[in-house]
Design a protein around this ligand. Structure first.
Ligand code: FA5
Length: 344
């Protein structure tokens, strides 16, 4: 075959292919032209390539060079047809086309809320000290929230202004002070009563959960917060044990350098009673109450106070979490600001 004829065939093919790709305006016609001109099996480029063998050996280097030039032209025409198609696709119009050169977007996983994390840690620490976990309802009756805890009918702690009473069956919430009123529990000490009513001594439990009080929200108060209640019932339980348990708990959760102080106090359900303070940035801050279970409470649940003794404590979970993590406003825990929550 003549070199001139081979080159002119190549030129013709390149011209046709460029025209075909130039006028292809949808994916199907681009693909059709691709198969026709550069298809691996029956494409026209392929057949011309075979004709190379019919050239005189001295013409082959020039023929081969021309063949490669034409291949490049056709490939360019194919590439620009495809680019034109992509640019007009709805995905690009919306800016959605994948750009593989962009760094990947990190998927932000959610995680457990700091108060739930704190609750898990408290359960672990107290578990190592031999305390199991008990639970009780958040909607309570007056018996468990007050009466069995030695808080009589006329006690100020039962005031409707200090509790969230529920209005039941058409009765107003103010009637709540009555004997069978229901309310959102104001303390986890209710669980002490429920556990003692259902099992005989010895008992060693903690109970962690939400409690509710109509307190004005400020840096250290919130109307819904969590408490960790502890109860140890057995023969010969002592105040010294109460103090060492709370000390061990505090050094485990807050660090070995924590300072703890017990202040004489009063709770209707413990005698003697103490307030538990921890030192925080040079100030003594109240974290909870504690004491020896009052004989009246032991009698209310059917125990013999001559035989059975007990210790109990109730600590504010938010304040523990705040001191450990250096949070200075309890409201930050409940603002649901992800920039704050992601730090935990
Ligand atoms: C009680 O609730 C007692 N039941 C504790 C107790 C249990 C005493 C067993 C004896 C035996 P008090 O009302 O002081 O006690 O609350 C205990 C802790 O809950 C407080 O020290 C504080 O850490 C936390 N607390 C109280 N009110 C709020 C509030 N509005 N917001 C956040 N934390 C609070």
């Amino acid at each position: 075959m003549e070199l001139a004829a081979f080159v002119s065939n190549l030129e013709r093919l390149a011209g046709e292919a460029e025209q075909a790709f130039g006028s292809a305006h949808d994916a199907a016609s681009v693909e059709q032209a691709r198969v026709q001109y550069v298809g691996a099996r029956s494409g026209q480029m392929k057949s011309l390539q075979k004709e190379m063998g019919a050239l005189a050996p001295s013409d082959r280097p020039i023929g081969g060079k021309k063949l490669n030039e034409v291949k490049d032209r056709i490939q360019l025409a194919l590439d620009s047809a495809q680019a034109r198609l992509n640019a007009s696709s709805p995905a690009v119009a919306k800016g959605l086309l994948l750009d593989p050169t962009l760094p990947g977007r990190r998927i932000r996983l959610g995680h457990v809320h700091p108060i739930t994390q704190t609750i898990d840690q408290l359960k672990q620490i107290m578990g190592r000290l031999g305390f199991g976990v008990a639970e009780g309802p958040e909607v309570e009756d007056s018996w468990h929230n007050f009466v069995a805890l030695n808080i009589p009918q006329d006690h100020p702690a039962r005031d409707p202004l200090d509790n969230f009473y529920l209005s039941v069956a058409g009765r107003s919430a103010i009637d709540g002070v009555s004997e069978n009123a229901r309310l959102l529990r104001s303390q986890t000490s209710t669980v002490q009563i429920r556990v003692m009513e259902s099992v005989p001594p010895p008992i060693r439990i903690i109970s962690l959960g939400r409690v509710y009080r109509p307190d004005e929200a400020d840096a250290t108060h919130f109307p819904m917060f969590h408490q960790m209640e502890g109860l140890w019932i057995d023969q010969n339980v002592t105040m010294a044990q109460l103090r060492s348990i709370l000390r061990m708990f505090a050094t485990n959760y807050l660090g070995s350098d924590v300072s703890i102080r017990f202040r004489p106090s009063f709770f209707p359900f413990t005698e003697p009673s103490v307030e538990v303070d921890f030192l925080w940035n040079g100030n003594w801050i109240e974290f909870g109450g504690a004491g020896m279970v009052d004989p009246n409470v032991l009698s209310a649940v059917g125990y013999d106070p001559e035989q059975i003794t007990g210790l109990a404590f109730g600590l504010g979970v938010e304040r523990l979490c705040m001191r450990r993590h250096g949070v200075h406003d309890i409201r930050d825990l409940y603002r649901n600001d992800l920039r704050f929550l992601h730090q935990f």
